[in-house]
Design a protein around this ligand. Sequence first.
Ligand SMILES: [Zn+2]
Length: 80
Amino acid sequence: MIDSTIRLQVRARANYLCEYCHSSEDASAALFEIDHLIPRSLGGSDELVNLALACQRCNRYRYNFVTGIDPLVTGRSFII
Ligand SMILES: [Zn+2]
């Protein structure tokens, strides 16, 4: 469980924008979620440096992947 103070810090740091697609939480019907850059299942922590504010779409799309195809280059690269 992420501490409520840390949640507020993540939201404020992101200026209430999804840190992946930059959409505004104000334009969303639901509050954005706190995403773990390195998922807990892979040993990621609940520390501020491992957290990002994410809209539901980005958070679901990313799931627990930490790498992906970069369309600007061939091959895989880190997305975090
Ligand atoms: Zn997003």
